[in-house]
Design a protein. Structure first.
Length: 130
């Protein structure tokens, strides 16, 4: 998974930092953002292959952020993070172009699988110039 850039967007600092730390331990290039606006700012400054995006955030929520991401960088793959109460939001996210969704708390192996799958899809789309 060389040159694989991931952005973790979640307003819960402990959760975000734990995921970042665990993914970095697996030699991944990971950054964090604590809000939708901060995620969009990071995305305008640099490229990411996959964004892991929390649905429930104060202010600009994950669905709204997803819409903006897909407008600005349609080829970026997005994995929605949902809680039990917001599975519908994960499904809605997929209808708006998200790659998939995972439930919180997420098992790292499950997240790694989704990240790999999302990265493969992005690579295929980039090859075909979409």
């Amino acid at each position: 998974m060389d040159n694989f850039r991931i952005l973790i967007v979640d307003d819960e600092e402990d959760f975000r930092e734990a995921v970042i730390k665990r993914l970095r331990a697996r030699k991944l290039d990971v950054e964090g953002a604590d809000s939708g606006p901060q995620a969009l700012e990071r995305l305008s400054e640099q490229d990411f292959d996959v964004i892991v995006l929390d649905v429930k955030m104060p202010g600009m929520d994950g669905i709204e952020t997803l819409r903006e991401i897909k407008l600005k960088k349609p080829l970026v793959e997005v994995i929605m993070l949902t809680g039990h109460a917001s599975v519908e939001s994960g499904i809605q996210g997929m209808q708006l172009g998200a790659f998939d969704y995972v439930m919180k708390p997420v098992a790292l192996d499950d997240l790694m699988d989704k990240l790999r799958q999302a990265r493969e899809r992005r690579a295929i789309q980039m090859e075909h110039g979409r």
